[in-house]
Ligand binder design. Sequence first.
Ligand SMILES: [Zn+2]
Length: 268
Amino acid sequence: MASISLTIDLEDPTERYEPDGRYVVMTRRILELCEAMHRRATFFVIGRVAEGAPRLLQEIAAKGHEIAYHSHAHVPLTEEDPARFRRESKIDKDKFEQLTGKPVIGFRAPRFSLTPESLWAVDALGELGFRYSSSIMPTNISLFGFPDASRIPCQWPNGLIELPLPVADLGPLQVPYLGGIYLYALPLALTRHWVRQADAKEILWTYTHPYDFDRTEKFKSMPHTPEWVSLILWLSRRVAEKKIRKVLSLGNAPPLGERLHSIFPEIS
Ligand SMILES: [Zn+2]
């Protein structure tokens, strides 16, 4: 059996964060799925969610899941102002910790936008007290890729641990096969094959969004996304929940924050 962690990026492209909005309803559906599959996951949450539905964070944490941070308003790091990032992240991290009573040690860049152009964020994350980041896509086929970056967990010079997005080779293409459009569109047999082929030192995880589970929304273009990708992602909502369940059945693993010690035992 493989070891695959479940991660959820908790933001909504409609940017509507009412206390009872879609993101709340769909997050509860994911919580039910976790309960049914005896899973604990890592939820990367944006600051605006904590403003709209602070009790949702408490609900997630109370069920034993990890709360991690996903920026204040889902602005890619490549478009972010470093001073604003530091200021907002500090406020949000403190708020998350007060709400849940647990330290927030994990960060994921919006759209995996930690690239050679946004490396300033590594120092900022270290200063803010994050212990790991899950922000790099070692691929040559995405707008925000970091081609040829390490596929196995590594440490930045300041000690921050990086858990890169799992990627597999398909000819010259480096395919981020365990999440998003690739997971939804490619056959499960191929996903299973790549999971089996993965280096034993890789940390495997899948990712999804609460809105991926909403089959009722009419088609709309997504921000910063080519039209054809928006369309495939919208069509994928019919299969998203089924695909995630199947991937999770390939193997269980705890939230990412609980796997750090097994990767770097010297870290307490
Ligand atoms: Zn996101």
